[in-house]
Design a protein. Structure first.
Length: 86
């Protein structure tokens, strides 16, 4: 799985998302900013994104997927936690 596949799945679920990815091979750290995350707990955000890759995580195509997800408002208040330019 490559970065473009990951971004495509995330933006299919959250079309307004700004996505940044770090990593190689099957270990990635994903940063997502989307207004559609508003009202969701951290766990709900993580689960909604991890569900997109459940098959790949189960079969080992992805070994590690770390996710940091925030709303644009949260990012504006504390921009240092995710290094994405809106």
């Amino acid at each position: 799985m490559d970065e473009n596949d990951i971004i495509a799945r995330i933006t299919a679920l959250y079309p307004d998302a700004v996505v940044d990815i770090n990593g190689v091979d099957c270990n990635f750290e994903v940063y997502v900013i989307s207004a559609q995350l508003a009202g969701k707990s951290t766990l709900q955000r993580q689960q909604s994104l991890l569900d997109l890759f459940s098959d790949e995580l189960k079969c080992g195509k992805l070994h590690a997927l770390s996710i940091k997800a925030r709303t644009p408002t949260e990012q504006a208040v504390s921009p240092g936690l995710i290094q994405i330019q809106l």
